[in-house]
Design a binder for this molecule. Sequence first.
Ligand code: TXA
Ligand code: MG
Length: 357
Amino acid sequence: MWYNTGMKTIIEQIDNTQMNMEIIEKAGDILKEGGLVAFPTETVYGLGADALNEQAAKKIYAAKGRPSDNPLIVHIADMSALDRITEEMPKEAEKVAEAFWPGPLTMILKKSREVPAGTTGGLETVAVRMPDHVIAQEVIRAGGGYIAAPSANTSGRPSPTEARHVAADLNGKIDMILDGGAVEIGVESTILDMTVTPPMILRPGAVTKGMLEALIGEVAVDNTLTDPDSKKPPKAPGMKYRHYAPRAELVVVDGMMDAVVDEINRLVKEKTDAGCKVGVIGTQETVDRYRTGDIKCIGTRTDETTIACRLYGILREFDSDGVEFIYSEAFASDGIGSAVMNRLLKAAGHRVIYTSR
Ligand code: TXA
Ligand code: MG
């Protein structure tokens, strides 16, 4: 049996420009025998298992400590793989696939009988994604073509954007980690439900509402995502958990830039004077204006993809630094910023301070 706690996790470096096919084949063999392999994608690292093998998919839940009602995304590497796992492919879904696959987009489709309940959390639908990363694609093919892969973190921790984040959470609990360097995007894929009209975004990501609407017209957004007080459960079961959370108490400070900087400086001083270790998330535009605390620059406001890329890594760094409170600036909430703010607010448990001046 491949999985048991305290097992030795094989860690292999792999270069996507000069791929070592022996390592890929070994990863494929582990997956085909029902084991767990973590691998890079363009969004975050995934924890892979054979999606059509119920026992293998179940091991994912055990290794991550993930609630079993939270369904998995099935990753494919080729369009021809869709037939076997979906009942029907609506015309619009085909259009979306053509435009955005391979890429950071997951579609919810009607599932076929071949997809076990252990993969979909008992739902009649299946989440499908074709990642835009050569290592991911080769691992998927070598592993049989259908790989269930949630983010490769312990449930509730920030998603991993580097192999060492995976190792910190899952070393000794999975069979193999493929280290392909840091990911490119840094937040999980957009989830688009194609089983409803109009199609609905269940999780924002790098493929934005605007990009989808330009292609297929009206697209709705699951409003439980934007309303933290909503009594309704979110449509993607995973979105209800307090995800992405650092160990420290995180607070987002929103308002005009100058007022935000002043308020964060005030809050940091208050906590530091009380003897607490405090972290600050600033941007290239503001970082020089913070005076005390563990100050980190997340990226630049002129290119929010830099902020998406650093978010989870920074939250993990604050954990290693042992900070007890983190104050973060808020970011623009359009484009990929909507994905950034969605993850940041979840990590903050929706604690936001609005400043005005
Ligand atoms: O970028 C990504 O999507 C990454 C990489 C590894 O590909 N994967 C990822 O998986 O983020 P995970 O398991 O962390 O998130 C999957 C989300 C969860 O919120 C889950 O509830 C939702 O997708 N989901 C899966 N199947 C679903 C379904 N049939 N209906 C609605 N939501 C579904
Ligand atoms: Mg996740």
